[in-house]
Ligand binder design. Structure first.
Ligand SMILES: Nc1ncnc2c1ncn2[C@@H]1O[C@H](COP(=O)(O)OP(=O)(O)OP(=O)(O)O)[C@@H](O)[C@H]1O
Ligand SMILES: [Mg+2]
Length: 474
């Protein structure tokens, strides 16, 4: 037989600003996009500036080459030409006349070796770097060169500016994106808080009211988060409705059980009364009729106990009416064990009581019933000779009563549900003492202990079974 794999219970606990959170991803992506756009924009403007500056330089070179220069370059003095880095060679009076910056011999020879050019060309001049140079041979030989630094210098400072601007834009984009994303995801966080609150509600019992809703501002369908909030509220309405319906039907069933148990008491009392009446004339009865009468009596006794148990459970379910006051638990344990000892001498009964008095807030009659039920189980579900120890101690503000035995233990298959109604192992259908088992004893123990604000637990394996009851101290 195959069993379905257990459904995944809960996802691993989420981290608030982990690597994968939506807000972090959004912020990083927006910043990256802005950075990319700024860089692309910077590159384009850089390229455009380069072209404009180069064209301007070429125009200046062409202009200068078109201007005749006989007897020295006028308009600006040689000092200016030096400062501008201009190179000029004119041929007149049968000789070359260089002007502008001083060139090395190699550079000079390099320039003179150039033929006529259609427009400015780029030349790497020895010792001075890149130049845009233009050579004309008509009407006379004229060579003009201007340094490329006129283009590269402003371009470099523009690039530096762009870089700084890009960095600034990235920082601003990051901060702004973070703020916007956090602000728009804040309702989602509130939604999470609401969901957590709901998941902590004790919905398994009671009328199942869900008094928590997402605030109206966070459930506005205009935004996506608001739509989630609205859907969440609808879901809570639905859950609340379903729980209320369940509660109503449970209440009906409880009421029915309480009424039925109550109504069964009277006919049961009549049956027992008539049986007793008939027994008075027992001598006249045939043997089999006397036997049947005995069975009627014992079965109606058992049924009376069952009806009382059901009635008690129904009452504890609806309105636990306990008569709580400070009670000496030591005395109750002592009495319960001596009752058990009187009822059965085949088991070894022992007590482990503290020296100080332990006083708990309890209903003495019901607490006695709890301990008596546990002792009765230790008696009826273990073989003769089993040792049973009832112990009491005060611990962490509770009176702790435990009943342990070294019997065969509670069958493993019923352990998870042993405190539920009508749970019993197959082997317990007929008990050691010959009576038959109903499976209500531990349900009563659990209901009574809970009504006291306490708890009961079981720890059982073959050879050692311990039921531990805790009830708040007075
Ligand atoms: N000390 C114990 N050792 C072994 N099994 C136990 C012990 N106590 C309880 N059980 C098992 O748990 C089942 C449930 O116990 P519970 O007291 O609720 O019902 P019951 O004893 O069968 O019937 P009832 O108490 O109503 O007469 C029992 O049927 C028995 O199988
Ligand atoms: Mg029992």
């Amino acid at each position: 037989m195959t069993t379905d794999p257990a459904p995944a219970t809960t996802a691993p606990p989420p981290t608030t600003m982990g690597k994968g959170t939506l807000s972090r991803q959004l912020v990083l992506r927006v910043t990256a996009l802005v950075a990319l756009l700024t860089v692309v924009l910077g590159l384009f403007t850089g390229l455009a500036s380069y072209q404009i500056l180069q064209r301007e330089l070429d125009e200046r070179v062409q202009l200068a080459a078109g201007r005749p220069n006989t007897g020295g370059f006028t308009g600006r003095g040689p000092g200016d030409l030096n400062g501008l880095g201009l190179v000029r060679i004119d041929y007149y009076d049968g000789a070359y006349h260089p002007s502008g910056i001083t060139l090395s011999d190699t550079a000079y020879a390099q320039l003179l070796s150039l033929g006529p050019t259609n427009g400015p060309i780029t030349v790497r001049l020895d010792g001075v770097g890149l130049y845009r140079v233009m050579v004309r041979t008509q009407p006379n030989f004229t060579l003009v060169g201007m340094p490329m630094s006129d283009v590269t210098k402003p371009l470099t400072s523009q690039l530096v500016m762009t870089l700084l601007l890009t960095l600034g834009v990235i920082v601003v984009a990051y901060v702004a994106a973070r703020r916007v994303v956090e602000a728009s995801l804040r309702p989602l966080k509130r939604l999470t808080a609401t969901a957590t609150q709901v998941s902590n509600l004790p919905l398994e019992r009671g009328p199942g009211q869900v008094p928590i809703r997402v605030a109206a501002a966070d459930a506005n369908p205009v935004s996506e988060v608001g739509q989630v909030g609205l859907a969440f509220n609808h879901m809570l309405d639905n859950v609340e409705g379903a729980l209320a319906a369940r509660h109503r039907s449970e209440t009906k069933v409880r009421q029915f059980v309480a009424d039925a148990s109550h109504e069964l008491r009277n006919p049961l009392a009549s049956i027992r009364g008539y049986a007793e009446l008939t027994r008075r004339g027992e001598d006249a009865l045939p043997e089999d009729a006397a036997y049947a009468l005995g069975r009627i009596e014992s079965e109606s006794d058992r049924m009376a106990v069952l009806v009382e148990d059901l009635l008690l459970l129904a009452r504890l379910d609806s309105q636990p009416t306990l008569d709580l006051h400070p009670v000496d638990v030591t005395e109750i344990v002592l009495n319960a064990v001596s009752d058990a000892r009187a009822a059965d001498s085949d088991h070894k009964w022992s007590l482990d009581l503290p020296e100080d008095v332990v006083t708990a807030m309890a209903d003495p009659h019901r607490l006695h019933q709890v301990i008596a039920n546990l002792l009765a189980n230790a008696r009826t579900h273990t073989p003769a000779g089993t040792a049973v120890i009832a112990s009491l101690r005060a611990e962490d503000g509770s009176a702790v009563v435990s009943v342990s035995d070294d019997g065969p233990g509670v069958a493993p298959e019923i352990q998870p549900t042993v405190f539920e109604r009508f749970t019993r192992a197959d082997a317990s259908r007929v008990r050691q003492d010959g009576g038959s088992s109903t499976g209500l004893g531990l349900a009563i123990v659990s209901a009574v202990v809970k009504a006291h604000g306490g708890s009961v637990e079981l720890d059982s394996r073959p050879g050692r079974t311990v039921f531990t009851v805790r009830i708040p101290l007075a």
